[in-house]
Design a protein around this ligand. Structure first.
Ligand SMILES: Cc1ncc(COP(=O)(O)O)c(C=O)c1O
Length: 377
């Protein structure tokens, strides 16, 4: 990475001032979440790991068996087994197999979208804060990201009006993340649909749906419905969250066949044999899926209770984490929580007094409750 783009990157992550004592441990990771998850250099003594929105209950027993069985095939490249899993995903999403691309985590999907659509030759419009991987790659390749701050309302909603207003002939892609990371909020269904429909007539819309499974609103739409109508929309999904397989690195993109072909053309690697079979099993394991959602709901209820007891403001979350206002600089909060053995999410500037905590396990949330009381109580 050039010095310039590294500076841009640090500025985006709000770390250029070097003010945070976290730089040595989490400085690199602060670039974006996927990077954090892959490095995950946790300081010693952490007993409640609540920083990466993982599902600590996974993988399910059924998936573990599938992984073990897949070892027999691990001496082979995975290509021969990919097609069958693509078909399963396509059936689940109600699209045809040529509208699906399996990726090494959804992060690879974000990267190869930036590469294939040559986003670096123009501009990407994205909210801030959000999950920054696609924007990170765009900037690292020399492109420009036009960041639109989230709104100053109770949901910290994406400012769709402003994002739409900024679209020009130079806009290569508009990124939405719904539920958004780190805010956890979702957009009103009709507004989201309308935005994606309108904007996709002018440029590509990317809908990052990593947390879609956690949405409880009945009938809430995935933007896959627009892919089915041949819109210029790409959707990403992952096995890292509700399926509890963040370490397996498998996700997928859903898009029109011509877009999938373009993106596939720059994909050199692909999910490994164990990840493929893990994903295949995960799709069949409805019990674990329901269990994960149930545990997440219990975890969120405890988090809300903790935050309510401290009278801290938070955003109602549709994901597996909660974003809350500490009223203190996040650098100090992270440091003080770490001293209690608790790892919470990284800084999400410009919201420097907000903290993201993942749902984790109930026992971790009890530790969080005690720790937060000491740090902010
Ligand atoms: C919104 C969002 N998208 C994508 C990812 C990347 O997930 P993965 O690469 O594990 O699929 C994450 C990870 O936290 C995320 O929060």
């Amino acid at each position: 990475m050039s010095n310039l783009s590294r500076r841009q990157w640090l500025r985006t992550a709000g770390l250029a001032s070097g003010a945070l004592p976290l730089m040595s441990v989490a400085g690199k990771a602060a670039s974006f979440e996927g990077f954090l998850a892959s490095l995950n250099h946790l300081p010693p003594g952490i007993i409640a790991k609540l920083n990466s929105n993982e599902n600590p209950y996974g993988p399910s027993e059924f998936v573990r068996k599938a992984i073990t069985n897949a070892f027999d095939k691990a001496c082979r490249y995975p290509f021969a087994d990919t097609g069958a899993i693509v078909e399963k995903v396509a059936a689940k999403e109600g699209v045809s197999p040529d509208q699906v691309l399996l990726t090494v985590g959804s992060t690879e999907g974000l990267k190869i979208t930036a590469l294939a659509l040559r986003l670096f030759e123009g501009e990407v419009i994205a909210p801030v804060p959000t999950f920054d991987a696609l924007m990170f790659y765009t900037e690292a390749m020399g492109g420009y990201v036009n960041r639109v701050p989230v709104m100053d309302n109770a949901e910290l909603s994406l400012d769709l009006d402003e994002m739409e207003r900024r679209v020009t002939a130079n806009t290569r892609l508009v990124f939405v993340c719904n539920p958004n990371n780190p805010t956890g909020s979702i957009l009103p269904a009709a507004r989201l649909r309308d935005f994606c429909e309108t904007v996709s007539k002018r440029t590509v819309v990317f809908s990052d749906e990593a947390y879609f499974d956690y949405i409880t609103e009945p009938g809430y739409p995935s933007m896959v419905e627009l892919v089915k109508k041949n819109a210029n929309v790409i959707v990403s999904r992952t096995f890292s969250k509700v399926y509890g397989m963040a370490g397996m690195r498998i996700g997928y993109l859903i898009a029109r066949p011509d877009l999938i072909r373009r993106i596939k053309a720059v994909q050199v690697d692909q999910p490994n044999m164990l990840a493929l079979h893990a994903a295949n099993a995960a799709l069949a394991d409805q019990d674990f899926y329901r269990f994960s959602l149930q545990k997440n709901a219990e975890g969120k209820a405890l988090l809300y209770q903790t935050l309510d007891s401290l009278k801290l403001h938070y955003v109602r979350s549709h994901a597996n984490f909660v974003f809350f206002k500490t009223g203190k600089d996040i650098g100090g909060v992270i440091r003080d929580m770490r001293a209690q053995g608790i790892e919470v999410g990284r800084p999400f500037l410009p919201l420097s007094e907000w903290c993201r905590v993942s749902t984790g396990k109930m026992e971790e949330l009890e530790v969080f409750k005690k720790g937060l009381l000491k740090v902010l109580g």
